[in-house]
Design a protein around this ligand. Structure first.
Ligand code: HEM
Length: 504
C-alpha cells in the first residue's frame, strides 16, 4: 500500500472514530433514560452563546423555557449536564444534600494563578475553613461599622451627576455606578481611598474593567473552566491576568506595611483580613485590633490575603453596579413607583433626624422591595451551577446523578416563569411586601444563590446599592433617555454579569 493510501486510511479511521465517540458521548442521557435536549457538535446545547448570538443567561433561559420537565439532560461541549428546573430539587441540592454538591465546577489553576485560590473556587474542607474564617466579616454589625466608608463614596458621585443635572444632559448611569462601586469596594477591601469618578484613568478601574470587559477572551475565561474543564487545564486558562494578580499582591503588601508600621486602623475588610492573618480569626464583636498572637507565624499568607481582597473586589463591584443600574432603569421607567420610593425615603429620614445612616436605610422598606423586585427581573448572574461531588439520588425518582455531573440552574428563567410570578416582566415591588412574603417553592429566587454556599457579600451588595440610589433620589427625579423610551432593553451577548448592549 502506498504512503498516501495509508494516510487516507488513518485519517478515515480517525474521523470515523471521532464521529462514533461524539455520537456515544451525546447518547449519555438517552442511555440513562433521562429526557434531554438534542445537542449539536461541538458546543452541545450552548452554540448560540459560544457563537455570540446571545448571552449564556439568555441561552440557559431559552433551554429552561423549552421544556416543562423537572430536570432535563443537556451538554456543555461534550460533557453531560443537567438543567434542574423544579424548585424542590433545586432546594434539595443546595441545602439538604449540600454535601454532594459543595463545588461550583470551575476548573482553576492555582499554581500559576494565585488570585484563583479564593473562596469562590475552593472546595471541600479548604472551602469550609475559609468560609468559617471570612463569614464574621459580613455580619450586619460589620456592615453597620463600615457604613460611613460606603456613604462617603456618594460624594464624588453626586458632584459628577450634578454637572449633568445642571445642563439637563442625560447621564450614563451604568458607568457612574461601576465607578462608585469600584470606589466602595477598593475602599473596604484594600483599605485605600480612590476616586475613579474624578480620576478617569485610575489603575483599579482599569484592572477591574479588564476582568469584566465583554470581550471574546473574557467570555472564554468565564465559560471554558465550566463547560470544558479539561481544555481549561490543558491551556492554563487564568481567572486573572498575571499583571492584575501582581498588582493586587503589590497593593496589599504596600498597604499592610503602611498600616503595620504606622499603627493605622480603619473599620474595613482590610483590617479584618489583617486580623485574620495575625490572630487566625476575625472577631465577631466590634473589635478591630490586629495584635499578633505572640509568634511570627501567620494564619494566612500575603497571597491568600490578596486573593480574598481580589475576590471581594471582583465579586463585588460589577454585580453591584449591574444591580444599581437596572434598579435605576426600572424606577425611571415607572415614575409612580419612583415617587413612592422617594416618599418612603423621606419618611424614614424624618424618623432619623434627616440623617442617612445604617438604621434609616434599614427603615426604608419600600426601597428594599424595589431592590428585590429589580433583582428578580435582572439578576446580575442569570445562571448558576453546582458540580456533583458524591452520587446523589434525585428525590422521588430512581435516578442517580453520577459524581462529576454538572448541574445548571436558570436563575433568570425561574425568576421570570409565569408559574411562580404573575405578569413576570412587570416591575411590581408589592410582590415583596411583608404580607406577600413566600417560600422558595412558591417564589423561587437564586439571585444570591442558596444554602451554605450562597453569596457571602449579599448584605454589602444590597447596602451599597441602596445607599447610592437613595442618595440620588433624595436630590433628583430620573427619567429614561430617549433611546430607551420605546426600545426593548437589549443585552450584551458576551457579558458574564448582566449588561445592556447599549448605554443605560
Ligand atoms: C448585588 C450584588 C451581588 C450579587 C447579585 C451576588 C450574587 C452571587 C451569587 C449568585 C453567588 C453564588 C451563590 C451560590 O452559588 O449559591 C455569589 C457568591 C459569592 N459572592 Fe456575591 N453577589 C453580589 C455581591 C457580592 C459582594 C459585594 C461580595 C463581596 C464583597 C460578594 C462575595 C461573594 C462571595 C465571596 C461568594 C462565594 C461564596 C462561597 O462560595 O462560599 N458578592 N454571589
Amino acid at each position: 500500500m502506498s504512503a498516501a493510501l495509508v494516510l487516507v486510511a488513518v485519517a478515515a479511521t480517525l474521523i470515523v472514530s471521532a464521529y462514533l465517540y461524539v455520537q456515544w458521548a451525546y447518547s449519555y442521557w438517552k442511555r440513562r433514560g433521562i429526557p434531554y435536549i438534542q445537542p449539536v457538535f461541538p458546543f452541545g446545547n450552548f452554540s448560540l452563546s459560544f457563537s455570540k448570538k446571545m448571552s449564556l443567561t439568555q441561552e440557559t433561559t431559552k433551554l429552561y423555557n423549552e421544556t416543562s420537565e423537572p430536570f432535563i439532560g443537556i451538554f456543555t461541549t461534550l460533557q453531560p449536564a443537567l438543567l434542574i428546573r423544579d424548585p424542590k430539587i433545586i432546594k434539595d441540592v443546595h441545602i439538604k444534600n449540600f454535601q454532594s454538591f459543595n463545588h461550583r465546577g470551575f476548573q482553576v489553576n492555582v499554581d500559576v494563578d494565585p488570585m484563583a485560590d479564593n473562596i469562590l473556587f475552593q472546595q471541600g474542607e479548604k472551602w469550609r475553613n475559609v468560609r468559617t474564617q471570612l463569614s464574621p466579616a459580613f455580619s450586619s454589625g460589620k456592615m453597620k461599622a463600615m457604613f460611613d466608608v460606603i456613604a462617603n463614596c456618594t460624594v464624588s458621585m453626586h458632584k459628577y451627576v450634578d454637572s449633568f443635572a445642571d445642563t439637563q444632559q442625560s447621564v450614563e448611569v451604568r458607568d457612574v455606578f461601576a465607578r462608585y462601586a469600584t470606589n466602595v469596594i477598593v475602599s473596604v477591601a484594600f483599605g485605600i481611598d480612590i476616586d475613579c469618578i474624578k480620576n478617569r484613568d485610575d489603575e483599579f478601574r482599569e484592572k477591574g474593567t479588564r476582568i469584566f470587559l465583554p470581550t471574546l477572551t473574557n467570555m472564554i475565561r468565564n465559560t471554558i473552566p465550566v463547560m470544558a474543564p479539561r481544555l481549561a487545564k490543558l491551556f492554563g486558562v487564568r481567572f486573572a491576568d498575571k499583571d492584575v494578580g501582581e498588582f493586587m499582591i503589590a497593593t496589599v503588601r504596600k498597604n499592610l506595611e503602611y498600616r503595620e508600621s504606622s499603627s493605622v486602623s480603619r473599620k474595613d475588610f482590610f483590617q479584618m483580613l489583617m486580623q485574620l492573618r495575625n490572630t487566625g480569626r476575625i472577631d465577631e464583636s466590634d473589635q478591630w485590633t490586629t495584635s499578633e498572637s505572640g509568634s511570627n507565624k501567620k494564619a494566612i499568607s500575603l497571597e491568600e490575603m490578596s486573593a480574598h481582597a481580589f475576590l471581594f473586589f471582583a465579586g463585588g463591584y460589577e454585580s453591584s453596579s449591574s444591580t444599581m443600574s437596572f434598579l435605576m432603569y426600572e424606577l425611571a421607567k415607572n415614575p409612580k413607583i419612583q415617587e413612592e420610593a422617594y416618599e418612603d425615603i423621606m419618611k424614614a429620614l424624618k424618623k432619623h433626624d434627616g440623617k442617612l445612616t445604617y438604621d434609616s436605610v434599614a427603615d426604608m422598606k419600600f426601597v428594599e422591595q424595589c431592590l428585590n423586585e429589580s433583582l428578580r427581573l435582572h439578576p446580575p448572574f442569570g445562571v448558576s451551577g453546582r458540580k456533583c461531588t458524591a452520587k446523589y439520588n434525585i428525590p422521588d425518582t430512581d435516578i442517580t446523578i453520577e459524581e462529576g455531573t454538572l448541574l445548571f440552574f436558570a436563575t433568570e428563567g425561574l425568576q421570570t416563569d409565569p408559574k411562580y410570578y404573575k405578569e413576570p416582566y412587570k416591575f411590581k415591588p408589592e410582590r415583596y411586601s411583608e404580607d406577600g412574603k413566600s417560600s422558595f417553592l412558591e417564589m423561587p429566587n437564586l439571585t444570591f444563590g442558596e444554602g451554605p454556599r450562597n453569596c457571602l457579600g449579599m448584605r454589602l451588595g444590597k447596602l451599597q446599592s441602596k445607599v447610592a440610589i437613595i442618595s440620588l433620589l433624595q436630590k433628583y427625579r430620573f427619567e429614561l433617555a430617549d433611546e430607551h423610551k420605546n426600545g426593548e432593553l437589549k443585552l450584551h451577548p458576551f457579558a458574564a454579569v448582566k449588561l445592556p448592549s447599549r448605554h443605560l
